[in-house]
Structure formats: structure tokens, C-alpha cells
Design a protein around this ligand. Structure first.
Ligand code: BV8
Ligand code: ZN
Length: 247
């Protein structure tokens, strides 16, 4: 794969306005399971696609809250990996405008130091009220014996939920519009660790190809974009990103 690494390095080095579009595979090497990974332990019998919905929360708020507490525990225990740090270091170099668009809700790009990460699907380490009461708050620390979900201090109902976009919910139009503008403006798109299943997020990579942008993909498994990519690097993002981003 040396030739592909060299080709990707050269494309990235010349880029003035690169966009990175990342998915759950970006954090796989941190120990955070991807959506495609089967859930383990007591959650093994659940499908995240069924739990990450407003309907599931309405039907069983305690179950859905505990599902996110389980995932928050993993996010707290794990940390950004070499791929996140390589991207943050790359952004801090002079002479280019780097935009990170992520589908991930773990906040690892920000933790690693990326100043502007467009988080299409929100942040699992924040809470908000499901009724739409104003305010986003740091995730409530679990208290033994406290009933869940926690009470919203504005409306008084037990309607606090993670500040993420569930299936069937609209994305924040301002964030999505900024992401689309960044794709229109970019010269290279680097797609990292996403199966390309979830829309409208995946439409951003489709848009980059439609616009004829130079296109690099990093994924151990092929995705719907791999054949069309200028460079498809078949491997793990924590190993490949440090090789293609100038340190
Ligand atoms: C919307 C936050 C408009 C929550 C997420 C019916 C009704 C309504 C909408 C729909 C519908 N049918 C379809 C839709 C659209 C739906 C959708 O796309 N569904 C899919 C499943 C078909 N989208 C929506 O609902 C969106 N909203 O459309 O609103 C609307 C509204 C009402 C009515 C109609 C329309 C909202 C989507 C946002 C959902 N929320 N996250 C939470 O996290 O709990 S999405 C969630 O799943 C993740 O955030 C992520 O985005 C996605 C998983 O995708 P990936 O990131 O790609 O991860 P995945 O596990 O799939 O793949 C991992 C990849 O990594 C693999 O390729 C693997 O090979 C690779 N990998 C593994 N290891 C590594 C690696 N790569 C590199 N290195 C490694 N080491
Ligand atoms: Zn409320």
C-alpha cells in the first residue's frame, strides 16, 4: 500500500482547504464500539438503531437513558487515538483551513484539539430536555438510586435525554448547511471510518464526488465510495492517518 500512502500524502500536503468526514470507525481504535459492531453484555440483545430513536425513549425512557449511560461510560473510559491527534496537529499547522465533519457523538475530535468540528449528530456527553426546553448541559453524572431519566429543571418532567440526533430526527440545519458549504469549498475530502449508511450525513461524501473533489478514503472494509475514490487506503485510521498527515 506504499504507493497509495505516498499518493494520499501528496494530495493532502497540497490541499489548502481539506475536509475530513469521519464516522464511528475513527474511534474504533480508541475502544469505542462502532454502530456495526454487535453490542455486548447486557446490551447484546438490543439493536442500537432501535434504541437511538424518540419512539424508544417515549416507550421506555429508563431503558434508553441507561443505554446512553452505558455508552457514556465507554466514552469516559476511552480516549482519542493517534488518528485524532494526527488530525488535530495537521489542523494547527499554518497555511490551510481544515474542517472536520463528524458523525460521531464522542467529542474525541474536540478533545484531541480540533478547533472546529462540525458534529452532525450531536454530543453524547451533553443533555437536553426532550420537550424542547432551552439549554444544553454537561451530561448528568449517574447517582446511585436516583430515578432516570433526570428531571428537567425548566418543565419539571423526567425528560432529560442525551444531546444527540436520533433516527427520525432532523439534524441541526445550521450545522448541516455549514458542512455542505465546507464540502463545496474544499479541494480534498478525506473520508475516515464510515459505512456510508446513514443519511443525510453520507450525502456529504456523495456531494464531494459529484463536485469532482479529490477523494481519499480510509477504511478496513470497502464502502459505497471506495471504487470512486482517488485513493482508497484499506486499513485502520489510527495507523494510516499519522502516515498521510504531515506531522
Ligand atoms: C433524518 C446519534 C429527516 C445517535 C446517529 C425513516 C424515518 C426517518 C428517517 C429515515 C427513515 N429511514 C431512513 C431514514 C434516514 C435515517 C437513516 O439514514 N437511516 C439509516 C439507518 C438507513 N436518517 C435519519 O433518521 C436522520 N434524520 O433523516 O431526518 C427525517 C426526519 C423524520 C422523518 C423523515 C426524515 C438522523 C440520522 C442520525 C442518527 N443518529 N447518531 C447515537 O449515536 O446514538 S447515527 C449513528 O449511526 C452514528 O452517529 C453514525 O453516524 C451512524 C453509524 O454510521 P458509521 O459512523 O458509518 O458507523 P458504522 O458502525 O456504520 O460503520 C463503521 C465503519 O468504520 C465501517 O465502515 C467499518 O469498516 C469502519 N471501521 C471499523 N474499524 C475501523 C474502521 N475504519 C477505520 N479504522 C478502523 N479501525
Ligand atoms: Zn423540559
Amino acid at each position: 500500500m506504499t504507493a497509495e500512502i505516498d499518493q494520499a500524502r501528496s494530495l493532502v500536503a497540497q490541499a489548502k482547504r481539506p475536509v475530513f468526514f469521519t464516522g464511528a470507525g475513527m474511534s474504533a481504535d480508541s475502544g469505542v464500539p462502532t454502530f456495526r459492531d454487535a453490542l455486548t453484555g447486557l446490551w447484546a440483545k438490543y439493536d442500537p438503531l432501535q434504541l437511538a430513536t424518540g419512539e424508544a425513549f417515549a416507550r421506555d425512557p429508563e431503558l434508553v437513558w441507561n443505554f446512553y449511560e452505558y455508552r457514556r461510560g465507554i466514552v469516559r473510559k476511552c480516549a482519542p487515538n493517534a488518528g485524532h491527534h494526527a488530525m488535530a496537529a495537521f489542523e494547527q499547522q499554518e497555511g490551510r483551513l481544515v474542517t472536520v465533519i463528524t458523525q460521531n457523538v464522542d467529542g474525541y475530535h474536540q478533545l484531541a484539539g480540533n478547533r472546529l468540528a462540525l458534529c452532525l449528530h450531536g454530543n453524547i456527553m451533553e443533555d437536553r430536555c426532550h420537550c424542547g426546553c432551552p439549554g444544553v448541559f454537561p451530561a448528568t453524572e449517574p447517582c446511585e438510586g436516583e430515578p432516570v431519566p433526570p428531571i428537567c429543571r425548566t418543565c419539571g418532567y423526567r425528560t432529560m435525554r442525551p444531546n444527540v440526533v436520533w433516527f427520525g430526527e432532523m439534524l441541526d440545519e445550521a450545522v448541516l448547511s455549514k458542512a455542505r458549504d465546507a464540502v463545496h469549498d474544499c479541494d480534498v475530502m478525506v473520508v475516515v471510518g464510515t459505512s456510508g449508511v446513514v443519511y443525510p450525513a453520507a450525502g456529504l461524501a456523495d456531494l464531494a464526488l459529484q463536485l469532482g473533489k479529490r477523494f481519499i478514503e480510509i477504511n478496513p472494509e470497502p464502502s459505497p465510495w471506495s471504487d470512486a475514490a482517488d485513493v482508497y487506503l484499506r486499513g485502520r485510521s489510527s495507523e494510516i492517518l499519522p502516515q498521510i498527515l504531515p506531522g
